[in-house]
Design a protein around this ligand. Structure first.
Ligand code: UT7
Length: 332
């Protein structure tokens, strides 16, 4: 019998309608379109404005898009893996609510949190369940309502993040397609440089933590940038080396969309031509767990069965890595 590999067989996505442009941000904080564009590559991002909707709303929309497009029967889904850094609530698993709402009545569900690497790590987890033969349909959703943790008076973070969601279905494959290899890493040194300081078990919420505005995402951008450039490029180089791949063998790079300059550095280390480097950061900004599936959804029409795709991400923790995957279908 052929070895079972874990292939992506369907993609879906959702972004909210409201567009927050650089021009509007200019009226909110001391910044300008030229600075944001040249330093990050971002032009606009989407924001979920409804006060009564959380990350689950985005996730449900993305999952429903996938289910409709690929004609999936949700009752056949075995597991819903919810990659997110902004769960609806601190304790109740957002994935459980999402699974019920989309009709995945026979699935179990849980959340997976590794900041901007959540989706990349989720790919590894989903694939392991499939390769083991234990489950047949794993729905991996990456969704974040970053606007719920951004301080819109802090120009060093509010220009970067946006809201969005994407979903992929993993299923067994016997043609050798799907996830081929992964190189995943983490380093706890990162927790001082990119974090929400309070509201967790280390610094529970108090009136003082609220007054000190310690419940929003903060980063030492320069330090994060340095680690991100080095590690995302290293991981991508490693995955090529380990699999004896050259730049010619790679059809597409699907990188986390945090900063165009980080993506350019990774692509340059891999010696990739521009047309192979997929980006939509200019339209969505950094949507954390949603960046990779949003790229897959936007560029799905380019992928052909058998294409070699390299995924790369870097995020808080620090967490980072690279995944080598062979695309499993031609879009109908
Ligand atoms: O998803 C994974 C996690 N996040 C990341 O990967 C993000 C990594 N970091 C970055 O992308 C970049 O560091 C930023 C985009 C956040 C900042 O870019 P930078 O080139 O590292 O700028 P900087 O922090 O070194 O700041 C340069 C200057 C500073 O002014 P001075 O000190 O040189 O006078 C900042 O105060 O730019 C100033 N600045 C701004 N100016 C206009 C910082 N933010 C802004 C702003 N508009 N929004």
């Amino acid at each position: 019998m052929n070895k079972i590999t874990a292939a992506i067989t369907a993609v879906g996505a959702y972004v909210p309608d409201f567009v927050l442009s650089n021009q509007v941000l200019e009226t909110m904080v001391d910044t300008n379109d030229e600075w944001i564009t040249s330093r990050t590559g971002i032009k606009e991002r989407r924001i979920l404005k409804d006060a009564d909707k959380g990350t689950s709303y985005l996730a449900i929309k993305a999952a429903e898009d996938l289910i409709a497009k690929a004609n999936v029967d949700p009752s056949e889904i075995d597991l819903v893996l919810m990659a997110t850094a902004t769960p609806d609530m601190q304790v109740s698993a957002t994935g459980a609510y999402v699974a019920t709402q989309i009709g995945a009545v026979n699935a179990f569900a849980y959340d997976l949190q590794a900041a901007c690497s959540s989706f990349l790590y989720g790919m590894s987890t989903a694939a392991a369940y499939i390769q083991s033969g234990r489950y047949k349909k794993v729905l991996l959703i990456g969704a974040d309502k970053m606007s719920s943790i951004v301080d819109y008076t802090d120009r060093t973070t509010c220009i970067i993040f946006g809201d969005g969601a994407g979903a992929v279905l993993f299923e067994p494959n016997t043609e050798g397609l799907g996830l081929q290899d992964e190189y995943l890493r983490s380093d706890g040194v990162g927790r001082d440089f990119l974090k929400i300081d309070a509201g967790g078990s280390l610094h529970p919420t108090t009136i003082q933590t609220i007054e000190e505005k310690r419940h929003s995402i903060r980063q030492d951008g320069k330090t994060v940038f340095k680690y991100a450039v080095t590690n995302m490029a290293d991981a991508s180089e490693q995955i090529l080396k380990r699999n004896n791949l050259t730049n010619e063998d790679v059809d597409f790079l699907v990188p986390h969309q945090a900063n165009k300059r980080i993506i350019d550095a990774t692509a340059s280390r891999m010696n990739l031509e521009e047309s192979k480097v997929l980006m939509n950061i200019e339209r969505y900004g950094n949507t954390t767990s949603a960046t990779l599936p949003l790229v897959l959804n936007d560029f799905e029409h380019l992928f052909k069965k058998g294409d070699t795709i390299i995924f790369a991400a870097f995020g808080g923790g620090f967490t980072w890595g690279s995944i080598y995957l062979k695309w499993a279908y031609d879009k109908k």
